[in-house]
Design a binder for this molecule. Structure first.
Ligand code: GCO
Length: 465
């Protein structure tokens, strides 16, 4: 493949998620989600919540005007189940669907392809009350909700993403305490993993049955562990963090070794006959989120007996997480563009029949809004000179280009995020946007990275470093 110019159908985009941007938490019939409960219980920095967020429920036209100005091919947003099925087993809340229909139609009117994620973590609290993802029935309820969305929007959405980062909505949420519901159940997280996998399969089936746009694509978004260091430790985290999703979804099995290394803490009896056939549904694209790499080593502690204590990575209690080499972002995550290259090449080598797309990549920076006078115009303008973010994105787009040259079929690249927004447990303290949001006034100011990305999209050329 001759690069840097990308194919005509390559999708440049940006991504957001409902709870992180919408606000309007109690409007038009929305019910509580597990993230409302978690954030209101004080589990986030400063007690921040998504009650208002970037107010995109009301400002979606302004946001889409930004996308138009940016020149993206596609916009990845998520649909909030609490707006669509606010009561258990109850009727569809048409007002909720009306909102997403307005968003989709506004995107299409501006020549932007809608890419809709169906589950980006805001599970209705009534499902949380029944165990959330520890309850098998949740998979069926989420598939039923997906059908309701696809019935209304299935003629217009370009790309459907079933789940966003099931690693986070299982391990961080049920194994550890970082994300809602913060159960801290250690190995209980494996049950959540399986039910999320099941939900994915059921959602793909539902979408295939319901969507009428013959050109629509169905995908899932995973955040894979890209770890460096001791080979045994890397192998184990790959098994428990990556292949636990990739193999059932793309191959129809759980690796036998997974059962061996989780011996004593999980018997996997929640995997029922027929589940793996359900999970293994054909998808058109595999979405990957990438930010950084980790460094791991075997600790010298014995693997067995394993701990059943709260832990984000059950089955890895004999693994140490070591400090990574800098530089690091504002999140403390290391900057390692080669990790993106390595991940893309590895996934392509192991699962070669799936086109890939990067559904998130970006950087949190300590952005400062400045007011300055432009000599030519003579008037004061607001700006954010986020050169570190431009540098980060340049290096990662370059890594993606190298992967494409090495033969990886990469269909698109979505920058996280269009806007600064609610960064989960970190609340509003971390800014990932290419657009600055003043949370007092909700004023949006495109950062220098926005202008940089606009030029890149217009040229359709990836950087060559
Ligand atoms: C995730 C989510 C996003 C985050 C982003 C930055 O990866 O955690 O998909 O919602 O905001 O990744 O952490």
């Amino acid at each position: 493949m001759t690069l840097p110019t990308v194919p005509d159908d390559f999708m440049f985009g940006t991504a957001t998620a409902s709870y992180q941007i919408e606000g309007a938490a109690d409007e038009d019939g929305r019910c509580l989600s597990i993230w409302d409960t978690f954030s209101h219980a004080g589990h986030t920095v400063n007690g921040d919540t998504g009650d208002v967020a970037t107010d995109s429920y009301h400002r979606y036209k302004e946001d889409i005007a930004l996308l138009k100005d940016l020149g993206v091919d596609s916009y990845r947003f998520s649909v909030a189940m609490p707006r669509i099925v606010p009561t258990e087993g109850g009727p569809t809340n048409e007002k909720g669907l009306d909102f997403y229909e307005r968003v989709v139609d506004e995107l299409l009117a501006n020549g932007i392809k809608p890419c809709a994620t169906l589950y980006h973590w805001d599970l209705p609290q009534y499902l949380g009350d029944q165990g959330g993802w520890l309850n098998r029935d949740t998979a069926y309820r989420v598939a039923d909700y997906s059908r309701r969305v696809a019935e209304r929007l299935g003629d217009r959405v370009d790309t459907w993403i079933t789940l966003n980062e099931p690693w986070c909505s299982s391990y961080l949420s049920y194994g550890g305490t970082e994300h809602a519901p913060g159960l801290g159940g250690g190995p209980a997280a494996f049950e959540a993993v399986h039910h999320l996998n099941l939900a994915h399969g059921l959602m793909v089936q539902t979408l295939r049955d319901t969507v009428t746009n013959a050109a629509a694509k169905v995908a899932v978004t995973l955040n894979l562990q890209v770890n460096r260091g001791d080979a045994d430790a890397v192998h184990r985290t790959d098994l428990i963090g990556n292949r636990v999703f990739l193999d059932p979804m793309l191959r129809g099995y759980y690796p036998a070794e997974l059962f061996a290394v989780t011996r004593g803490i999980c018997d996997w009896s929640f995997v029922k006959d027929g589940d793996l056939e359900l999970i293994h549904q054909p998808i058109d694209l595999l979405g990957l989120n990438y930010y950084s790499t980790g460094r791991v080593a075997m600790s010298g502690r014995p693997q067995f007996p394993q701990s059943t204590a709260a832990s984000t990575f059950p089955g890895c209690s004999d693994i140490d997480w070591l400090p990574t080499d800098g530089p690091h972002t504002e999140m403390g995550w290391n900057i390692d563009p080669d990790g993106l290259y390595d991940m893309l090449v590895r996934v392509h080598n192991d699962y070669p029949e799936y086109p890939l797309f990067i559904t998130e990549n970006g950087m949190a920076c300590p952005d400062v809004l400045v007011e300055e006078t432009v000599p030519t115009a003579g008037e004061a303008v607001k700006a954010v000179h986020d050169h570190d973010r431009i540098d980060y994105l340049t290096k990662h787009f370059d890594a993606a280009r190298r992967a494409m040259e090495a033969g990886v079929p990469l269909a698109g690249y979505f920058v996280w995020s269009l806007l600064d927004n609610f960064e989960w447990a970190f609340g509003y303290t971390k800014r990932f946007g290419i657009t600055y949001v003043d949370y007092e006034t909700q004023e949006r100011t495109p950062k220098d990275s926005f202008k940089w990305y606009r030029r890149l999209i217009a040229s359709r050329e990836l950087p060559v470093l």
